[in-house]
Design a protein around this ligand. Structure first.
Ligand code: CAA
Length: 387
């Protein structure tokens, strides 16, 4: 197995790193403190091709592979986890299902502007009373001639307050459970599509999420994404990709905390020498380095499998994506905790970024499937003999 990146992957990684360090990082603390939406960074990500990295060039995207997407996610999330998740939602949760399940007309109307950065999307699955139990949704879509009438609400919708469209999942037949779910594309401005004010959260303050109400919201049948009843599988398939993006986000956050802790361990003196000389610190550094390495390999494997699935559509990588997300997100919680510990009281201070990384890491264990759901997905695969 060759772990070297291709020239193209290295170029995308470097472009993302330069953008992250020169343009994103200088704003990251202020974005966290004010909760301001990073409009100019979102526009720059569009210009750099980061909002549709793995979408073919003829459809407005960057034409790169999914590993390149993960590499860019790691770099950008390392600077600012909010900017990272805005990017990941557009790539994984909106462009990806449109690419896989959209009609040619939908690709031209919606995917091209989304992938080129002219528009931004969001993904509506979660509801106030169904997060993990995703197929138990209450939002309905009822057919009326050539139109569908959507009623209900979705919440925690990342990018929701600013998105130009939503891919939303609705119940279209209550008697059929998961098979009664259908996906629709609803453009902003459609009467009855009503995004609310941004949520107040513990971290990722600049990545605005909100509740969205649908009140007799009418869309044409031409905006149905995929077949009637196929919505749940579209959602799950999409999340198999999205979880790689969140794993990459978690790795980026953890790497940022780790690198700061290592630098600090060389600078800070205690008992007459830099604390890096103390075995107590060395053991923490070793544990962190090992876990970062393991997360990176799991992410690379899942991204490479997703790339293979492009030409082998029957290839499922649910278990490998869930493994990468579960490990990377729980690792990010542990590593940011240990990095903050190395900083001692300074880590707890608002003057340094450690407490931001610590808060931002926590959400990666929750969104796009909690750690508990990841364990269910992994167990389902493992009990069938998967690894
Ligand atoms: N790909 C394709 N099909 C899939 C699939 C996948 N990954 N996973 C399941 N399916 C299919 C199954 O094969 C089954 O089809 P058949 O009946 O034809 O066999 C059907 O879907 C139903 O599957 P299950 O019986 O396994 O479904 P379930 O109701 O038991 O749910 C679950 C399974 C894993 C718990 C699922 O509900 C789940 O992943 N829940 C978590 C939801 C989640 O991640 N939400 C995050 C919201 S998005 C977000 O956070 C965005 C943001 O803003 C950042």
């Amino acid at each position: 197995m060759d772990f070297r990146l291709t020239d193209e992957q290295q170029l995308i990684q470097k472009t993302a790193r330069d953008f992250a360090t020169q343009e994103v990082l200088p704003k990251a603390r202020e974005l966290d403190e004010t909760g301001r939406w990073p409009a100019s960074l979102v526009a720059r990500m569009g210009e750099l091709g980061f909002l549709g990295i793995a979408v073919p060039e003829e459809l407005g995207g960057g034409g790169a592979d999914y590993l390149s997407y993960a590499l860019a996610m790691i770099e950008i999330s390392k600077a600012c986890a909010s900017t990272g998740v805005i990017m990941s939602v557009n790539n994984s949760l909106v462009c990806d299902p449109l690419l896989k399940f959209g009609s040619d007309a939908q690709k031209q109307e919606f995917l091209v502007p989304l992938a080129s950065g002219a528009k931004l999307g969001c993904f509506g699955l979660t509801e106030p009373s169904s997060g993990s139990d995703a197929s138990n949704m209450q939002t309905t879509a009822v057919r009326d001639g050539d139109e569908w009438v959507i009623n209900g609400s979705k919440n925690w919708i990342t990018n929701g307050p600013h998105a130009d469209l939503i891919v939303v999942f609705c119940n279209t037949d209550r008697t059929k459970g998961a098979k009664g779910t259908t996906a629709f594309i609803v453009p902003k401005g459609t009467p009855g599509f009503e995004p609310q004010e941004p949520d107040h959260k513990m971290g990722i303050h600049a990545a605005h999420s909100c509740t969205i109400f649908f009140n007799d919201c009418r869309v044409p049948d031409a905006y149905r994404l995929g077949e009637e009843g196929m919505g749940f599988k579209i959602a799950m398939n999409t999340l198999d990709g999205g979880r790689i993006g969140i794993a990459a986000q978690a790795l980026g956050i953890a790497e940022a905390a780790y690198e700061k802790a290592v630098a600090y361990a060389h600078e800070r003196k205690a008992f007459g020498a830099p604390i890096a000389k103390l075995q107590a610190i060395q053991f923490k550094v070793a544990d962190m380095a090992m876990q970062l390495d393991a997360a990176r390999l799991l992410i690379y494997r899942a991204a490479l499998l997703k790339e293979r699935a492009r030409t082998e559509p029957s290839l499922r990588h649910s278990q490998q994506s869930a493994t990468a997300k579960l490990y990377a997100s729980e690792m990010a919680t542990r590593v940011t905790h240990q990095a903050l510990q190395i900083f001692g009281g300074y880590g707890y201070s608002k003057e340094y970024d450690l407490e931001r990384h610590y808060r931002d890491a926590r959400i990666t264990e929750i969104y796009e499937g909690t750690s508990e759901i990841m364990r269910l997905v992994i167990a389902a695969g493992a009990l069938k003999g998967g690894a």
